[in-house]
Design a protein. Structure first.
Lengths: 224, 580
């Protein structure tokens, strides 16, 4: 009962906020805007994605040392990742030219597509005796982190939609993502651990950079 | 049989030969391969993207000197496993560089570059990567420092260093996130000291020394990467030493006050412990001890003890019997020479009242006589009290064979002494005084010495009859029964006699020497035997102690005329004559 009441209050407040603000999209430096809360959300999410990316990089290098001792630049294992199908902006200019909504969507797609494979990875690592405890603990964290980040980005997207920063065209995409991710996860099962981690490192880097670009566009800061 | 043997032999030979040839070929082959070193082919040195928007690759011609010129080698790249295309820009980045601008650069996409010869289409080297892997940022710029503070001593200072991110990296939009690592060192040192790797564009450096010049540099890298950039330009920091008076002043004051405090404490210690320190540092020189007088006694006013000490010397004849008359009665008799040394023995034998049990057994050493002395007791008390003691001491005296000749015994009651060897003068002198003291007593024998005439089985000691002359004088004054008692009393040591006299008077007249109470009896020579008893010498050697605990003495030489009355031992003949 208590939780419900709190939730109700929160929703009411949110609703009130929505009603009070007349302008759906905040202009630069408007005092009445609620960009501050969005900014905080962005900061939190970006922090989370930074941490996720550094964790994945560490794990990847460790796994490579373990399972691929000879690191040769020539003919490196450039196996395609299961997320290759997802179209992502591959440069700064490209990312800047992309719509906010699309960018948000891309981020969410990436995150969703990694949830299952990382869960499988979690299970495989848990039974792996060769890894050190340190590596194993880091690996076990990954799946949780992706989950949390995905939730955070979703909430942020909802907030932005509420505030009218982005349009409501996102809603229809989510069911489609589920189907994509299932086939992708099947592919991921066949990859080796270090390959998986390499793919994830790349994708987490993408997510991190996209979030930053998005923030710069939505929350105008000095120099952005 | 023979054929089989021949075939076997052939087979072994063949095998052997084949082995030999194989080894030879292998060795030849090895020899061939190791003798030559193939020339180093042209190769890609590295590919680098400074800001994750462009990248460039550069190569080296290796040992192929003819390929060093421009255009000798070409670079082809493949993007995302697509078609191979030639390098778009050979010049912007410099010689042997291939530059890919932002249109050709895609992040997170696999690239492969190949180093090919210009003409022959030989692929010398191939490299595959993704651009996000090869990001190595430019060094930071704009390094400067500001002074935070200088320590109070002026020896150290802290600074804050600041820098700017490399201009090529777009950190504002967050396309690249950098972390920085500053380093510093003193100029004459060789090791650089790294500081923390942080995202902030400033850091504080603490504990730098004034008067020393320091060098500072910064480098950066991407957060998740391991590749650091080159170092920035060096920054030089220097603050001259400024010794201020204020810095010196407190130190000197502290030193002065500290020294003064320490001195005061030392003085206090010395003054409080002066005596002990004096003893410790200047131990008293051991003074040679003179046997005899202890100056402490004089201080304490123990005249009786002193009396006894002095009585041990030849030159002194104590004639005092209580403290009041001490000064009046002291007379040194120089003529009395013989027998003075017997004083102590006599005293023991007679059993002065205040014989201290401790003293009897102590051998006389030169430690003075103070140890033997008890706190002085009043004369009357000792007379009554020490009666029992006297008996015991007499017994012990008899047992011990004349030891401790000089251990003096406390004799605070001068009246107890019988002085056998005293000259007539001395005796006569002492008599009237003693008589005045002891009115109840009729004997006049106040001499220190008395000669033991006999020893009873009961352990009593009989005084020599030599005293009788004096005794007889006073004996006439008394009634017969009393006389007997008096006589009994008279002949003894004054101390004992006084007591015993009183007892004898009060008690039933019994001159039985065997009564234990009447200890005087042994001493008495009740019958006034003729003074035919020859004077006995003061000293007689004890021959033996019979079963009855009586001493058997050797007959001693007769004393010459003028010798004082012996306070010595009786011969058995004398003993027999004396005994009733």
């Amino acid at each position: 009962m208590r939780q419900v009441s709190v939730l109700f209050l929160v929703l009411v407040c949110l609703d009130l906020e929505y009603r009070i603000t007349s302008a759906p999209i905040c202009a630069h430096g408007d005092a009445g805007c609620h960009l501050l809360s969005v900014s905080d959300l962005f900061d939190r999410v970006i922090q989370h994605s930074n941490r996720m990316h550094s964790l994945s990089s560490d794990l990847h290098s460790e796994f490579e040392k373990y399972f691929l001792p000879v690191r040769n630049q020539i003919g490196r294992a450039t196996r395609k990742c299961h997320t290759s199908r997802i179209l992502t902006p591959n440069g700064k200019e490209n990312a800047q030219r992309t719509d906010r909504e699309e960018l948000t969507q891309v981020i969410l797609r990436l995150l969703v597509s990694w949830m299952d494979p990382l869960l499988q990875f979690h299970q495989s690592v848990a039974h792996n005796e060769e890894l050190s405890n340190f590596s194993r603990n880091k690996a076990l964290e990954l799946s949780d982190m992706v989950h949390e980040l995905k939730n955070g980005v979703e909430k942020m997207a909802e907030k932005m939609q509420l505030l009218g920063i982005i349009s409501n065209s996102l809603n229809g995409l989510f069911p489609a993502e589920a189907s994509l991710s299932s086939s992708a996860s099947n592919e991921a099962r066949h990859m080796r651990d270090y390959e998986l981690l390499r793919c994830f490192q790349r994708d987490s880097d993408k997510v991190q950079n996209y979030l930053k670009i998005l923030k710069c566009r939505i929350v105008p800061e000095h120099g952005c | 049989m023979k054929a089989a043997e021949g075939a076997g032999i052939m087979a072994t030979r063949l095998v052997f030969l084949s082995l030999v040839f194989g080894a030879m070929s292998v060795s030849v082959g090895e020899h061939l391969t190791t003798s030559e070193v193939p020339p180093k082919r042209p190769y890609f040195v590295d590919c680098r993207s400074p800001e994750q928007e462009t990248f460039s690759c550069w190569w080296s011609a290796g040992d192929y000197q003819n390929l060093t010129g421009p255009g000798a080698l070409s670079v082809f790249f493949q993007k995302n496993r697509d078609v191979w295309r030639e390098c778009p820009d050979y010049s912007t980045a410099g010689e042997n560089h291939c530059y890919f601008n932002s249109t050709y650069t895609s992040i997170w996409i696999p690239y492969c570059v190949q180093l090919r010869s210009q003409i022959q289409d030989i692929v010398y080297h191939q490299m595959c990567f993704t651009v996000d892997e090869i990001v190595v940022p430019d060094p930071p710029v704009g390094l400067n420092w500001t002074l935070l503070n200088i320590s109070q001593t002026g020896q150290h200072f802290d600074i804050l260093i600041q820098w700017e991110p490399p201009p090529s990296a777009d950190v504002k939009k967050g396309w690249i996130s950098l972390v920085y690592e500053p380093q510093y060192r003193a100029i004459n040192m060789s090791d650089w000291k790294p500081l923390e790797v942080e995202r902030a564009r400033y850091q504080s450096v603490y504990g730098l020394k004034t008067g020393m010049e320091y060098e500072i540099r910064v480098r950066c890298k991407q957060t998740a990467s391991e590749k650091f950039s080159e170092f920035s330009d060096h920054l030089y920091v220097y603050i001259p030493k400024v010794p201020t008076k204020e810095t010196l002043f407190p130190f000197t004051m502290i030193l002065i006050f500290g020294a003064v405090g320490v001195i005061i404490v030392l003085m206090l210690i010395i003054f409080s412990q002066q005596q002990r320190l004096m003893v410790y540092f200047l131990p008293p020189v051991p003074v040679p001890k003179i046997m005899g007088i202890d100056p402490e006694l004089l201080k304490k006013g123990k005249l009786d003890e002193l009396n006894s000490i002095l009585s041990g010397h030849h030159t002194f004849k104590p004639e005092l019997y209580n403290d009041d008359l001490w000064v009046e009665f002291i007379e040194l008799d120089i003529d009395d020479q013989d027998g003075r040394s017997n004083h102590s023995d006599t005293h023991k034998l007679l059993g002065s009242e205040n014989l201290n049990g401790n003293c009897l057994n102590i051998k006389d050493d030169d430690s003075g006589r103070a140890s033997c002395y008890e706190p002085e007791l009043p004369d009357s008390d000792t007379l009554d009290r020490s009666q029992a003691e006297a008996r015991e001491e007499k017994a012990s005296l008899l047992d011990s064979e004349g030891k401790a000749a000089h251990s003096s015994t406390a004799d605070p009651s001068p009246p107890g002494r019988s002085h056998p060897g005293a000259t007539a003068e001395g005796a006569s002198r002492s008599h009237p005084q003693i008589q005045s003291q002891l009115s109840s007593q009729s004997w006049v024998n106040l001499d220190f010495y008395a000669q033991v005439s006999n020893i009873t089985p009961a352990g009593g000691v009989l005084l020599s009859p030599g005293q009788q002359s004096k005794i007889e004088k006073t004996a006439e004054a008394h009634s017969s029964p009393k006389t007997q008692k008096c006589q009994l009393a008279m002949t003894t040591d004054s101390a004992y006699t006084s007591e015993m006299d009183a007892k004898n008077i009060s008690a039933t007249p019994s001159l039985n020497g065997n009564e234990p109470k009447v200890t005087v009896s042994p001493y008495t020579v009740s019958e006034a035997p003729a003074s035919s008893v020859p004077p006995v010498s003061d000293y007689t050697t004890v021959q033996a102690v019979d079963s009855q605990q009586s001493l058997l003495l050797n007959p001693s030489t007769l004393p010459t005329k003028g010798t004082p009355m012996p306070a010595g031992y009786l011969t058995p003949e004398q003993l027999n004559s004396i005994m009733p």
